[in-house]
Design a binder for this molecule. Structure first.
Ligand SMILES: Nc1nc2c(c(=O)[nH]1)N[C@H]1C(S)=C(S)[C@@H](COP(=O)(O)OP(=O)(O)OC[C@H]3O[C@@H](n4cnc5c(=O)[nH]c(N)nc54)[C@H](O)[C@@H]3O)O[C@H]1N2
Ligand SMILES: Nc1nc2c(c(=O)[nH]1)N[C@H]1C(S)=C(S)[C@@H](COP(=O)(O)OP(=O)(O)OC[C@H]3O[C@@H](n4cnc5c(=O)[nH]c(N)nc54)[C@H](O)[C@@H]3O)O[C@H]1N2
Ligand code: SF4
Ligand SMILES: [Mo]
Length: 662
């Protein structure tokens, strides 16, 4: 029996494998034996005929791919990197890579090639939460754990659909409810998650800042904030209090679309609860004011002192299995390594550790900037930016201009492959080993369950081959992921709060290691939390007479993003169809649309074909299309949050045309 962990979402469930089947690990803390359909189907996905099994090359994207070998492919890549200005080289990584993969890619790019253009799809996912955590509590640190729901009185879930996106955690919420936990769900759609709520608030998209500001203002006005905590541990209270004196309360409530009765019902629950956790995901992060939405939420925990205490705290629900681990290593262009930045002291420490003098002191390009900066070489690994970046038509035009696009993927049917010149086959989940950090700082380990397919290599090894070919063999002579993990462990000592040296690589499978458990204080330089006054500036794309509907996008339970691993006939994941469009029956009636009709959804930027699904669970004039429709981003706008540079996927003005009756 081999013990491993699921490689899909940030919950990080423990598994057991006995050559025939995969089952949940009963002794594992995050899932206690439970798995969702994606976890159970990991084995099937490993064995699909759509795996990428050989390296391929072509000189132009108009040509067909020709089989090549590793030696030639790596030599072409190294040669091109050697002859390219380092600022024109980019590494586009993924929150689904293992920590060891990330470590090698980051060390190679930032430490030896000398470019900080290393960013990840986490930019489209967690960047707003990262920036806000740093501003308010001093570090990208999640100060509460999933199990805290069992010590909590109230869980507020906002812009998060745990029933479909964090399934096993959702089941644990249901269990905690039996012990008395109350749940509030705030979402413009009455999701499956809302069905378990004690109170469901059908907020209007984009009004979260108004909502949390109303909570903070009332806490101050009714003097229900924790005065002692605020006096001792919090900055900017007077400023916030003064600013709140002049905010337009009635207008704010109106923007949320909630009635005062609904808000009062929430308020009653809120003030009756001792321990409160607020959890959120893409409904807040993916916004042109994503950082401000996060800050408005964090304010409520700083004012009430409901942080660094059991059963309390702001819990950002990381989506990907190792988005948090990737950030710890340094896989964002806005940080160097182990949560250190580009200040002189950090560069000195890291240069000494890596024994290099190549580190540049300016932040690199973010994932949302990389393709528009005329790069000459881009390595895209474990992610599919042509599928996932907003305003796809523009992204396609940009990538088509890059002279060398290298794609490292374990499957052969990504959208990015259409624009690649070199494709390298990676060993997927089950054929490799390494660590990942789940959404609450638990370091877990994926084990290799079967042999690695002949021509496939683990991602770290591919980056190491490039490093060796570039002549950096002395710094890249790792034989196993364990050696990489141990170098990374030593590196975490460069940052006082991140030290994971007590973890034991061989033990992690049985005893996952949780870092940061002793941190019960703010990580800012003055050890105080920072309040911020933020306002809803209504910066998202607005609907108009021509484009009267607001499109939101998101997940369904049994699919995983572009679906290279889940949309397979043999996985038989049939919870919901892959391509549908939720629309309110009143809107459908006005447009002459019946359930099941084929419709065209059009934005200023593009269009797609889908099928109408009538539901009263969505506001009128709002529609929802799941991201299992691979064409989704032809519709979305490319507005970015000014600080996190994360896209605003959930606010797009569109129109709908009926094509055919069902
Ligand atoms: N099955 C499955 N699970 C996954 C994934 C997957 O592809 N499939 N992906 C993983 C990843 S990478 C991520 S990031 C997570 C994402 O996890 P979630 O964010 O929970 O997933 P989404 O479906 O994007 O849900 C976002 C919710 O926000 C709501 N929303 C939209 N706009 C607003 C708004 O303005 N305010 C508020 N309050 N709510 C709003 C939407 O209606 C939607 O229900 O899921 C992870 N888990
Ligand atoms: N409209 C809209 N767009 C969105 C979002 C949204 O909510 N709405 N959400 C955004 C968010 S939060 C995210 S996280 C992104 C996700 O977007 P992506 O990261 O592009 O989505 P995936 O389909 O998970 O891509 C993972 C890729 O890795 C490949 N792969 C699998 N295993 C391995 C392996 O072991 N090694 C390598 N090298 N490759 C492997 C898969 O085949 C697949 O091509 O989408 C973003 N885009
Ligand atoms: S909840 Fe997440 S980690 Fe657990 S089995 Fe499902 S996809 Fe895997
Ligand atoms: Mo994500």
């Amino acid at each position: 029996m081999i013990k491993s962990v699921c490689g899909y979402c940030g919950v990080g469930c423990g598994l057991e494998y006995d050559e025939k089947q995969l089952i949940g690990n009963i002794a594992y803390p995050t899932n206690q034996g439970n798995l969702c359909s994606k976890g159970i189907s990991e084995l099937v996905s490993m064995q699909t005929p759509t795996r990428l099994l050989r390296p391929y090359m072509r000189s132009s994207i108009e040509d067909t791919f020709e089989l090549t070998d590793w030696k030639d492919a790596i030599s072409v890549i190294a040669d091109r990197i050697n002859n390219t200005n380092k600022d024109k080289i980019g590494f586009y990584l993924s929150g689904q890579l293992l920590t060891e993969d990330y470590y090698i890619a980051n060390k190679l790019a930032k430490g030896f090639i000398g470019t900080n253009n290393v960013d990840t799809n986490s930019r489209t996912c967690m960047a707003s939460a990262v920036v806000a955590y740093k501003k308010a509590i001093g570090a990208d640190f999640v100060p509460v754990r999933m199990n805290d729901i069992f010590k909590s009185d109230l869980l507020i879930l906002t812009g998060a659909n745990t029933a479909e996106a964090h399934v096993v955690f959702h089941n644990r919420i249901k269990k905690a409810k039996k012990n008395g936990l109350k749940v509030v769900v705030i979402d413009p759609r009455k999701t499956d998650t809302a069905n378990i709520a004690d109170l469901y608030l059908p907020i209007k998209p984009g009004s979260d800042i108004d909502f949390f500001n109303l909570v903070s203002k009332r806490l101050i006005d009714e003097e229900r904030y924790d005065k002692e905590f605020v006096d001792q541990h919090i900055n900017n209270f007077e400023l916030l209090k003064n600013k709140f004196k002049r905010v337009p309360v009635t207008k704010m409530l109106k923007r949320t679309g909630l009635t005062s009765e609904e808000f009062d019902a929430f308020w009653q629950l809120y003030i009756e609860s001792n321990n409160i956790i607020t959890a959120w995901t893409m409904g807040l992060n993916q916004s042109v004011q994503g950082v401000d939405k996060n800050l408005a939420l964090l304010n409520t925990h700083l004012l009430t002192g409901k942080i660094f205490k059991d059963g309390c705290g702001p819990l950002s629900l990381t989506g990907q299995p190792n988005a948090m681990g990737g950030r710890e290593v340094g896989g964002l262009s806005t940080m160097l390594a182990v949560h250190l930045g580009f200040d002189d002291e950090s560069i000195k420490k890291v240069s000494k550790f890596w024994k290099t003098d190549k580190i540049d002191n300016k932040p690199g390009l973010t994932a949302t900037q990389m393709l528009e900066e005329d790069l000459e070489v881009i390595i895209i690994c474990h992610t599919d930016p042509i599928y996932h970046l907003p305003n796809r038509k523009r992204v396609e035009e940009q990538i088509a201009k890059i002279p060398l696009v290298i794609e490292i993927n374990a499957y052969d049917n990504s959208e990015t492959a259409k624009y690649a010149h070199i494709r390298l086959p990676a060993a997927p989940w089950g054929e490799k080993e390494g660590t990942q950090t789940n959404l609450d700082r638990t370091i877990t380990k994926q084990e290799r369950l079967t042999r690695t397919s002949i021509d496939c290599k683990p991602d770290w090894e591919i980056f190491q081959l490039i490093a060796q070919e570039l002549g950096y063999g002395r710094a890249f002579k790792f034989e196993t992921p364990k050696e990489i993990f141990e170098e990374y462990q030593r590196m975490t000592k460069l940052n006082d709060y991140m030290d994971i040296s007590e973890a034991d690589y061989d033990e992690i499978t049985h005893r996952p290691f949780i870092w940061g458990e002793k941190i019960k204080h703010f990580l800012t330089s003055d050890k105080k939390g920072n309040l911020f006054f933020v306002e809803n500036k209504l910066l998202s794309e607005k609907t108009s007479l021509e484009f009267p509907f607001l499109l939101m996008t998101g997940r369904t339970r049994d699919q995983w993003h572009s679906g290279t691993k889940t949309n397979l006939p043999q996985t038989l994941l049939k919870h919901k169809p892959l391509n549908f469009c939720e629309i309110h029956p009143n809107d459908a009636k006005n447009l002459g649309i019946n359930g099941g009709d084929t419709i065209k959804v059009v934005s200023k930027r593009g269009e797609l074909i889908t099928k109408a699904m009538l539901t009263e669970n969505i506001h009128e004039k709002c529609i929802f299309i799941p991201i299992s429709n691979r064409e989704i981003n032809y519709l979305t706008n490319d507005l970015l949050d000014r600080e996190s540079l994360q896209p605003d996927y959930n606010h797009n003005a569109v129109k709908i045309e009926r094509i055919d009756h069902a």
